[in-house]
Design a protein around this ligand. Sequence first.
Ligand SMILES: Cc1ncc(COP(=O)(O)O)c(C=O)c1O
Length: 374
Amino acid sequence: MMNIPVFKPNLTDNEINAAVEALRLGWLGPGSYVQEFEKKIAEYIGVDEKKVVAVNTGTSAVHLSLVLSGVGEGDEVITPSFNNIADFHAIKMLGAHPIFCDIFEDTLTINPEAIESLITKKTKAIICIDFGTSLCDYDAIKKIADKYNVSIIHDAAHAFGSKYKGQMVGSFSDICTFSFDPVKNITCIDGGAVIVKSLEFAQRLRAMRQLGQQQNQEILYKNERSWTYDVSEIGFRYHLANLHGAIGVQQMKRIEFIKMQRQRVCNFYTKTLKNLDGLALPHVDNEIFPFIYVVRVQNGKRQDFINYMKTHGVDTGIHWQPGHKFSFLKNEGAGPLVITDKISEEIVTLPTYPDLTDEELFKVISVIKSFFTG
Ligand SMILES: Cc1ncc(COP(=O)(O)O)c(C=O)c1O
């Protein structure tokens, strides 16, 4: 029998039929389905559809956001070392440097006071991220960013559909990015989006995602193209294709179900795993649409735990190894990373996906309990 995996996408015939339809349409580039997907996201989050720009990955979303923020050669970007490698590459692609910042021990999100101590004349931007079942303290980070006049990129790859202080994530940040990769809250197979406050930024993003071509979007969204356009700045081949847009539209139609199922899994873990000696449960925000459920196995027992789970039929994951430990990034600047160093030896991701059955959940729980209670 196969192990219970860490991730499994929730796909139905709706997504499969939509993909077939999009292929039959014969317009494979960006077009009507991309517009429909952007509209659905805009409605869901409660923002102007013109300010939602779909792209091909969450990594490109962060890269383009850094370009919008004017990040370039030699600039510094403060980011948690406890972040996805995608963000570090996005910074390095621009010749800039990540400056690794520590996190809070409860939420595992960036510590605003630590950010302030890392600000220099070269600081151009801050990347803050939401993690697993916790949202970053955007208001506190924004205060610091405003005080020093630096940009914030809110990487909400984990938090699509969540609310921070009652507001939808994506509706309040200057620049907010999402990922719709195969394992995220919703998937386009691969995809991402940037939501911006300024229409000018949105216009630039629409050109930049298509090699800088300032094509008439209304024509493009009718599955046609204009053959003449200007190119006034750098661009990349980062557009979302119609096929992926079509799948995203179907996921958006089922989003409440997917959200409920993910919440069910996390609530189950929180309720049933309390009071196990040597196991710390994550902070869970009230209005979270959870991506992954990350526990901490203490007392140097993580590898034993991972091995035990695997041999008893349950796969687990590690999100993430911190940035400053990679050979590629070891010479980048950093503040003290005491909490990052501590928790990165303890974190373990439990299976978190909508289709986990109650039976499978009981199995995961019983294997965990037997590890801790012997
Ligand atoms: C916090 C964070 N940012 C960015 C990304 C990159 O997104 P994508 O895989 O769509 O390129 C990820 C992917 O897991 C992520 O977790």
